[in-house]
Design a protein around this ligand. Structure first.
Ligand SMILES: Cc1cc2nc3c(=O)[nH]c(=O)nc-3n(C[C@H](O)[C@H](O)[C@H](O)COP(=O)(O)OP(=O)(O)OC[C@H]3O[C@@H](n4cnc5c(N)ncnc54)[C@H](O)[C@@H]3O)c2cc1C
Length: 378
């Protein structure tokens, strides 16, 4: 076991941690990232790659308008993070398959359209560009969508990126700028010192000035080591990929009837998800739940009937970090200890979240009102 020193220690090698390490290293900070497994093996490498910019419809129906107004400030984080996504391929010199192709929330009935309209009014009040499409408009904009659909909401800022490419590119860029990446290194205890922390890991002790907790679904466990309670929920969910099919689905597609996201990757594969539950046993082992799979696929086919013939290649599970109020957790939770967690939509929000927490850890101004996202709001 050896001893190491670093100014900022980032815990977690997902999109948030790798983005934080990248922006910290870019600013010239002495930064070390520790990841207990390999990079990008948890939520950031298992997600659907949707870049979300609207209020999620299921959450809106379940939690209501008052919640949506409280959650609203999160929309500007999503918008600004998607802006970062647009620039990352050039900045990192890597094709991340970023495509801001627009999102379509499709409605099967007039009642669903009315719910969408209520949601759209709130989105507009937060400056999100959304457009309601009639049945005819929808067929014009997305002729691949079933003619049975009643209309849709088009949100132009939305799109997709490839989760398998993004984190490795951020990590490479961080390392190129001097960040140390320690893999298979798990943080298991933290001792507060007069100045900074002594962090015990499976690879020895790391003395650091500040800690940035980007532990995703395990962020609460990491925070607890310094006595901070962040009520992170674990949502085991699953998604599926088909064989490559000819170009067809040109948007990120949702369905107002029930949980669905559907998009076509650059490879031609269709990615089908939307937050359907998977199984997780007491030891944390994940497995696919076939009772989620069938309805998920049926919804996709209901919206885009032409995909019915595509063969399913694989379905997998991952644990999505959640927070009951759906708002991100960003800030200094205890002196020198920073938390960065973007619940549910953290692939979209990860780059900006990493950038903001890097600024906070360096004592820089972020130019944002982070009060709604305070880690001490619970
Ligand atoms: C199936 C699925 C589909 C999703 N689809 C989308 C989507 O389409 N769009 C979207 O925006 N979001 C989506 N999400 C959510 C998104 O993936 C997550 O919000 C995001 O990836 C969280 O990133 P993270 O870096 O915070 O966490 P993670 O990617 O989970 O990374 C955290 C890392 O911290 C490490 N770690 C934890 N504890 C320790 C410790 N003690 N020591 C060292 N390392 C530690 C973990 O091993 C892990 O690698 C989806 C999630 C899932 C599961």
């Amino acid at each position: 076991m050896h001893r190491a020193e670093t100014d900022v220690l980032v815990v977690g090698g997902g999109v948030t941690g790798c983005a934080a390490a990248y922006y910290l290293a870019q600013a010239g900070a002495d930064v070390t990232l520790v990841e207990r497994y390999d990079l990008n093996t948890q939520a950031s490498g298992r997600n659907a790659g949707s870049l979300h910019g609207q209020i999620q419809h299921e959450a809106f129906l379940e939690l209501g308008e008052e919640w949506a107004f409280e959650w609203g400030p999160t929309l500007s984080l999503l918008r600004d993070s998607i802006d970062l996504w647009r620039g990352l391929p050039e900045e990192l010199g890597a094709d991340l398959e970023v495509d801001v192709c627009g999102g379509l929330l499709v409605a099967a009935t007039d009642a669903q359209l009315r719910d969408i309209e209520r949601k759209a009014a709130i989105e507009r009040s937060f400056g999100v560009g959304v457009e309601l499409l009639s049945r005819d408009d929808l067929q014009r904009v997305a002729p691949y969508v079933s003619g049975r659909m009643a209309g849709a909401l088009l949100c132009e800022v939305e799109g997709k990126a490839n989760p398998l490419l993004a984190v490795p590119a951020l990590a490479r860029a961080a390392a190129d700028r001097g960040a140390r990446l320690l893999l298979e290194t798990e943080v298991h205890s933290v001792e507060r010192r007069r100045s900074g922390f002594g962090v015990e890991t499976t690879a020895g002790t790391i003395d650091c000035g500040r800690i940035v907790d980007c532990g995703g679904a395990e962020a609460a466990v990491v925070s607890k080591l310094v006595g901070v309670d962040v009520p992170v929920e674990r949502w085991p969910i699953q998604m599926s990929v088909t064989e490559a099919v000819p170009p067809l689905v040109t948007h990120l597609v949702y369905f107002a009837k029930e949980k669905l996201t559907l998009k076509q990757a650059k490879s031609g594969s269709l990615l089908i998800g939307g937050g359907w539950p998977s199984r997780e046993d007491d030891s944390g082992r994940l497995s696919v739940d076939v009772t989620s799979l069938a309805p998920n696929l049926r919804l996709a086919i209901e919206v885009v009937p032409q995909i019915a013939g595509a063969s399913l290649l694989r379905t997998w599970a991952g644990v999505c970090p959640g927070i009951a109020d759906w708002r991100p957790v960003i800030g200094e939770a205890a002196p020198g200890f920073f938390v960065a967690l973007f619940p549910f939509l953290g692939f979209t929000g990860g780059p900006l979240l990493g950038k903001i927490v890097a600024q906070l850890a360096l004592g820089e101004e972020t130019g944002r009102d982070l009060a709604p996202f305070s880690p001490v709001r619970f």
